[in-house]
Design a protein around this ligand. Structure first.
Ligand code: ATP
Ligand code: ATP
Ligand code: MG
Ligand code: MG
Ligand code: MG
Ligand code: MG
Ligand code: MG
Length: 258
């Protein structure tokens, strides 16, 4: 249909390219996962199987798109960071967001049965997505710190909430008990009433998941005698670590490199 009389409609497509030179963060979030998690009997407050599935899908996004250099996930959300100088799809927001979302979602469906083998998929998981530009390195660091602080706050609240509900309180009563409580009070409540030491909960629940590429030895083939041939590969790796503190960024300086 090149040069047809219809072609003028193409001009209605607006330029949505993201600001040059800025960090690009794409955050995706599950649609209606409060219901989705109930429908599929997720363990509350944290179903490890579902979190592992999210982490696996994020690794696949890094495998598929070399320009994604870092990802951070918690609950039903993941943030993907693209380098300042990326030219992926001409930095067009709709292209980048839609590809990351569909890559993630397709993997979520394809890998569901491997992570929740006893739970048939009963509805269609969907994820929304948005792209945000951050001009300063400090903006990006603050963005990631914001998400990890959110993980901690939510996890602490949800751990208390579900402990109260599982002990027989109604959700309304549990909410009322927790209203206005500070961090220290929540930790005391968990320890004194339920014998839960918050510090001993899994790091994945408390800190969320960071995905970066790390040098890893992998078996590429076997010799005739059956011994493995190992090669170093840069593979997406999931860490459950503190990304607010400076040490993480000192350990992996390439993450913030231009
Ligand atoms: P929206 O469509 O606006 O995002 P939502 O119901 O998905 O609505 P969120 O704020 O994204 O709301 O919250 C995600 C919900 O999914 C929370 O209620 C959380 O408890 C639940 N959830 C996500 N992952 C898990 C998990 N691994 N284990 C247990 N519950 C989970
Ligand atoms: P891009 O990522 O830029 O979209 P592309 O390879 O997908 O690259 P398109 O212009 O979208 O390029 O073209 C779609 C291609 O897929 C064409 O080559 C088309 O022949 C092929 N294709 C799509 N659907 C079918 C189909 N049902 N049967 C055979 N070929 C198909
Ligand atoms: Mg939401
Ligand atoms: Mg959601
Ligand atoms: Mg969410
Ligand atoms: Mg195409
Ligand atoms: Mg096409």
């Amino acid at each position: 249909m090149a040069n047809s009389k219809y072609e003028y409609v193409k001009q209605y497509e607006l330029d949505d390219s993201l600001l040059p030179g800025c960090w690009i963060v794409v955050r995706i979030d599950g649609k209606g996962f409060t219901k989705f998690s109930e429908l599929h009997g997720f363990e509350k407050p944290n179903d490890k199987r579902a979190l592992d599935l999210m982490d696996e899908c994020a690794k696949e996004v890094l495998n598929e798109f070399p320009d994604v250099r870092l990802a951070y996930g918690e609950s039903d959300e993941y943030s993907f960071v693209l380098g300042r100088s990326t030219d992926m799809y001409g930095r067009r927001a709709s292209k980048i967001v839609s590809l990351l979302v569909s890559c993630f979602t397709a993997n979520y469906v394809a890998k569901w049965a491997a992570f929740l083998p006893d739970t048939p998929l009963r509805s269609t998981p969907m994820f929304d997505g948005r792209a945000v530009c951050y001009p300063l390195d400090s903006n990006l660091r603050d963005y990631l710190s914001w998400r990890q602080a959110d993980t901690h706050i939510n996890n602490q609240y949800n751990t208390c909430f579900w402990a109260l509900v599982k002990s027989g309180k109604t959700p309304t009563e549990a909410q009322a008990t927790l209203r206005g409580t500070q961090t220290a009070q929540k930790n005391e409540l968990l320890f004194n009433e339920f014998g839960i030491n918050y510090a001993h909960l899994p790091e994945q629940f408390k800190k969320g998941s960071v995905v970066i590429r790390r040098k890893t030895m992998v078996e590429v083939k076997q010799r005739a005698d059956g011994t493995p041939v190992l090669r170093e590969r840069n593979l997406p790796t999931v860490l459950h670590t503190d990304i607010i503190r400076e040490e993480f960024w000192q350990e992996y300086p390439h993450l913030m490199a231009p």
